[in-house]
Write a protein that binds this ligand. Structure first.
Ligand SMILES: Nc1ncnc2c1ncn2[C@@H]1O[C@H](COP(=O)(O)OP(=O)(O)OP(=O)(O)O)[C@@H](O)[C@H]1O
Ligand SMILES: [Mg+2]
Length: 316
């Protein structure tokens, strides 16, 4: 989504992240699923790549990550390789003009991921210009965490992780990220959500019928997404999949958000109090009608409490 809208509402976080990285410290971005960790890291990566050698390690298996690390080190830093990974037929040329990635990628792919990472790490350590390694997600199994530990020993790292992560498993990595420098992403503010929706609709025109539906739709997204970018994205895609978005669609959309704030409990409590009072008044005034009426009311109140309200709650 951010490809269409740009990164919205993260100026403060970006500023802090830039400061941290400029100091040479490692940076950790935390936050719940879909809050925009990858988008923020990616933005920093694109911004810094022209200035210094930056590597991007996407989520993936240990093997994929190790090979990517080696490839990007080769491309941006210079990968120093032992001759045994260069196929015989290329050795002479490799000595003369250096190694080409195509020659070695298969033999590097056959190495255990740990060894492949160690080669990249050795080259990162020896680099004239210090590399900056972006790690899309630190949430990895222990063997993969070992790989990241090897990288963290030799290079500056900017990484993301879910705050709900079982941190125990990657404690070995976390001490490398100074607590003060961590950035926890919060949901987007309402204005930022509105801005994202506006920019997205500019890039992907959606027909609203009648036109006023557009504003109602924007409000529904603001409320329903609670500012979580992945949720905003889901709703925008849903809208885009309709030929025309009408009141009906928006109502279906905001239905859940609507009921969440419509808490009927106080009304029911007051109604029950009134009904009980009516029963006593009925008794005192010797009015059978009022007494019976209050009894029926009581029954209705119980029905509302036990049957209707739980159904409303379930929609949350
Ligand atoms: N500030 C933002 N402005 C515009 N789009 C954003 C913003 N933050 C995130 N997005 C978009 O929202 C979607 C979800 O964001 P992203 O994938 O970065 O979340 P995440 O925290 O990395 O999720 P996960 O926990 O699943 O890895 C992406 O399509 C992304 O482009
Ligand atoms: Mg992510």
């Amino acid at each position: 989504m951010e490809a269409a809208t740009g990164l919205v509402g993260r100026d403060r976080e970006l500023r802090r992240a830039r400061e941290t990285l400029a100091k040479g410290a490692n940076l950790l971005i935390t936050g719940t699923a879909g809050i925009g960790k990858t988008a923020l890291l990616r933005h920093l990566y694109q911004e810094l790549a022209p200035e210094r050698p930056c590597l991007w390690v996407a989520e993936g298996t240990a093997k994929e990550q190790a090979l990517e690390l080696a490839r990007q080190t080769h491309e941006r830093i210079g990968l120093v390789l032992p001759e045994h990974v260069v196929p015989n037929r290329y050795i002479a040329r490799a000595r003369r003009e250096g190694v080409q990635w195509e020659w070695v990628k298969r033999s590097l792919g056959r190495l255990p991921a740990r060894e492949c990472t160690a080669l990249a790490a050795a080259s990162l350590a020896a680099a004239d210009r210090p590399g900056l390694v972006f790690v899309e997600s630190l949430e990895v199994p222990p063997s993969q965490a070992e790989q990241f530990a090897a990288v963290l020993e030799v290079a500056q790292v900017a990484a993301a992780m879910d705050e709900l992560n079982r941190r125990q498993r990657i404690r070995k990595l976390l001490w490398r990220f100074p607590e003060r420098e961590r950035i926890e992403l919060q949901p987007l503010q309402q204005e930022a959500t509105r801005e994202v929706v506006g920019r997205w609709l500019d890039a992907h025109p959606v027909e609203f019928e009648p036109p006023q539906v557009r504003e109602a739709f924007v409000r529904a997204v603001e409320q329903d997404s609670s500012g979580v970018p992945a949720a905003i994205e889901g709703m925008l895609e849903q809208a885009a999949s309709e030929r025309t978005v009408t009141w009906k669609h928006v109502r279906a959309f905001s239905h859940e958000a609507g009921t969440r704030f419509l808490d009927m409990t106080p009304v029911v409590i007051v109604a029950v109090a009134v009904i009980i009072a009516a029963r006593y008044i009925g008794l005192g005034a010797n009015s059978t009608e009022l007494y019976v009426l209050a009894g029926i009311g009581m029954g209705l109140a119980v029905a509302v409490r036990f049957f209707v309200m739980p159904m409303m709650g379930r929609k949350n």
